[in-house]
Design a protein around this ligand. Structure first.
Ligand SMILES: Cc1cc2nc3c(=O)[nH]c(=O)nc-3n(C[C@H](O)[C@H](O)[C@H](O)COP(=O)(O)OP(=O)(O)OC[C@H]3O[C@@H](n4cnc5c(N)ncnc54)[C@H](O)[C@@H]3O)c2cc1C
Length: 385
């Protein structure tokens, strides 16, 4: 009799990344991946830079589900929704009512974009881009248009705004923060970055929110909280992500912001693991690629009988605002110190100086090439070398 399969829920970077690492170690055991989408393998970070690269959704596909099934020697169930997890029975219930037994289950079912409710008769027209199919619709909707409202001046919103600008559109970004990237950059650096983005033709309307969106002639009209009115053609919202925790929660797993896992990526249920945007690691919820890569390597070994904790060193954050790209390494929250900034229209170097010397940094424009040097400098200060 075949051993019970390893079942992975999700074929994003976490699901496929883990499947690839695990298959290298176990060539025999049955592997099943389940996804509600078409199961195409693609690098999600490309979605916010593909427009100006002239890429269609098809151009971003690295492999179809059929190709992945062959490479991974896996069964891939596409357009299949999981409706319930029964950890006690080691069983999944699919939306069509069928049951599926697992030996071990990995939740890699990601996160969905948060949607802030807006008033107005065009509120439902606001697009969100988090998966490949969204990008397909995004590109189609932009055809022949010019003015684009981007709701959300955070990392993803600004990457889209920059991509739009580079592709010849006129983006206007709206959000309540006093400066762009308010959760990542201190205000003094945020002001500097704001100037560079505005010089590049990105219109930023901060300290306010979009309250309503209506149809207006051929286009859309947005009413802002500060009384301003903006006429645009297309609207995009990028205000954060909500991990897909409902299945885990209904199954009685420990859930906080994401599905809680220990350093072995094990959830509170036996033989159930989680990885990627759905997971909340011991160090917190980290919806980035670096934890997926580190986690997939460790979990592949653990699932193969060699319990291996996930180890993630300090990783800098890249902001793919092509008009003025950034790399940053924020200081630990609460670290006492001061930001020192130097730069001009082409480059930015900002360092956070604490009692122990360099504790964080931001590099922008032409200075991003220095990131490896600054990583080393930071490591030497933090270890006291
Ligand atoms: C525009 C954009 C740019 C980004 N840029 C960067 C970057 O530059 N650097 C970086 O480190 N990170 C970046 N990220 C974040 C990074 O891409 C994500 O952390 C990563 O792709 C998440 O992968 P995942 O597999 O966890 O989730 P997802 O890609 O969301 O995959 C989830 C999978 O689960 C399936 N699924 C969910 N629920 C069910 C269900 N009930 N039944 C069946 N299937 C289900 C879905 O169909 C899908 O296959 C970016 C994200 C975005 C949106």
């Amino acid at each position: 009799m075949n051993p019970a399969p390893l079942v992975i829920l999700g074929t994003g970077m976490a699901g496929y990344g883990l499947a690839r690492m695990w298959r290298m170690k176990d060539k025999e055991r049955p592997l099943i991946l389940i996804t509600r989408d078409a199961g195409e393998a693609y690098a999600k970070p490309m979605l916010s830079k593909a427009l100006s690269d002239g890429k269609r959704a098809e151009d971003l596909v690295n492999a179809t589900a059929e190709q992945q099934a062959r490479t991974l020697r896996a069964e891939i169930r596409t357009h299949t929704e999981v409706a319930q997890i029964r950890p006690d029975q080691h069983q999944l219930i699919l939306a069509d009512g069928r049951e599926l037994e697992y030996g071990q289950l990995v939740l890699a079912n990601g996160a969905r974009p948060i949607r802030i409710p807006l008033a107005g008769d065009a509120a439902s027209e606001v697009l969100q881009v988090n998966w490949l199919d969204d990008y397909r619709r995004w590109r189609q909707r932009l055809e022949g248009e010019k003015r684009v409202l981007v709701i959300g001046p955070g990392l993803i919103g600004l990457e889209f705004a920059s991509d739009l600008r580079k592709a010849g559109f006129l983006p206007v970004v709206v959000g309540p923060d006093p400066t762009p990237l308010g959760q990542l950059l201190p205000e003094v650096v945020g002001h500097f970055v704001q100037e560079r983005l505005e010089e590049a033709g990105i219109d930023l309307r901060l300290n306010t929110v979009v309250e309503r969106l209506d149809h207006h002639g051929e286009g859309l009209r947005a009413h802002l909280g500060n009384g301003e009115v903006l006429d645009v053609d297309v609207a995009l919202m990028a205000v954060g992500l909500q991990p897909e925790t409902e299945l885990a929660q209904a199954a009685g797993l420990a859930v906080d912001r994401g599905v809680r896992v220990n350093e072995y990526l094990q959830t509170s249920a036996e033989d159930v693991y989680a990885l990627g945007d759905v997971a909340q690691y011991p160090a917190g919820w980290m919806p980035y690629v670096a934890p997926i890569t580190a986690g997939a390597r460790a979990l592949a070994a653990t699932l193969n009988g060699q319990p291996t904790p996930m180890r993630l060193g300090p990783t800098p954050i890249q902001v793919k605002t092509g008009v003025f790209p950034l790399w940053l390494m924020p200081p630990q929250p609460g670290t006492p110190g001061e930001w020192k900034l130097s730069g001009d229209a082409q480059r930015l170097e900002a360092r956070f100086e604490g009692e122990q010397g360099l504790q964080g940094w931001v590099l922008g424009g032409q200075a991003i090439d220095l990131r490896n040097v600054w990583m080393k400098a930071l490591a030497s200060h933090q270890t006291g070398v």
